[in-house]
Ligand binder design. Structure first.
Ligand code: ZN
Length: 243
């Protein structure tokens, strides 16, 4: 969750950064570009990577993907010019995409908090695109008005405008949080010394590396578009985040 790359990850601690200055540490048309500082979320936990540009020497390099290996590599659009190592660049995120992903990701945490609290169901998987997502739950019995009840409860939690706090805790402290024990102790690598926690205060606490809005009202409206029955106890909720 807190990976040791040469790149300082600005979005870990400040999810509002959209533009910043950086130096290129490495650059190669095959593997991509490594920066000393970056706010590009590289993807993970169901959240796809940010898009954006690097501006330098009067040209731009569009960034369309990211890859984690020995370093954190930003993947340029095919055919775009590449800044050589040592170049000072200005990084800028595609704000519409990132902001939609933050609202969608926070919406999924809110949904998982509501479905656990009201129906006792645990999340088994999920994925998102800007503004749309699916989340899978383990839930044997589904009441007839399940979709309406979940959507209404999510609406109330959004209207309550709960704070969404992000903090980094030492492993031992994080693993004493009841919600973290419930959701993450099996999933986190044993050598992890620090855990990033996303806390919808009073509703849902998760170990998570993704980017989130600062309070639930910023999610907008969460629509439960569909509840699919994928087999014994396996329910897939398809959701939309709209204004
Ligand atoms: Zn998450």
């Amino acid at each position: 969750m807190i990976e040791q790359y040469r790149t300082h990850r600005l979005e870990f601690t400040d999810q509002t950064v959209r533009e910043w200055d950086a130096i290129v540490l490495a650059s190669d048309p095959e593997s991509g570009v490594v920066l000393d500082r970056s706010a590009f979320y590289p993807g993970g936990g169901g959240q796809p990577p940010d898009h954006g540009v690097l501006l330098w020497g009067g040209v731009q390099t569009r960034i369309v993907d990211a890859r984690r290996a020995d370093d954190l590599y930003l993947i340029p659009a095919e055919g775009d010019p590449l800044p050589p190592a040592g170049t000072a660049v200005r990084g800028a995120l595609d704000d519409a995409r990132r902001t939609a992903l933050m609202r969608t990701h926070s919406g999924l945490h809110l949904l998982s908090g509501v479905v656990f609290r009201d129906f006792g169901a645990l999340v088994t998987g999920g994925n998102m695109e800007p503004g749309t997502a699916r989340m899978d739950f383990n839930l044997e019995q589904v009441p007839a008005d399940f979709r309406q009840r979940v959507e209404a409860a999510c609406g109330l939690e959004i209207a309550a405008d709960r704070r969404i706090d992000v903090k980094v805790l030492p492993r031992d402290e994080a693993f004493r949080l009841p919600d973290i024990i419930r959701t993450a102790t099996d999933l986190l690598p044993p050598d992890l010394t620090e855990v990033r926690i996303v806390d919808i205060v009073g509703l849902d606490t998760q170990a998570d590396g993704g980017t989130h809005v600062a309070s639930t009202r910023q999610i907008g409206r969460l629509e439960i578009a569909k509840v699919e029955n994928k087999g014994r106890g396996f329910r897939r909720l398809r959701v939309r985040v709209v204004d």
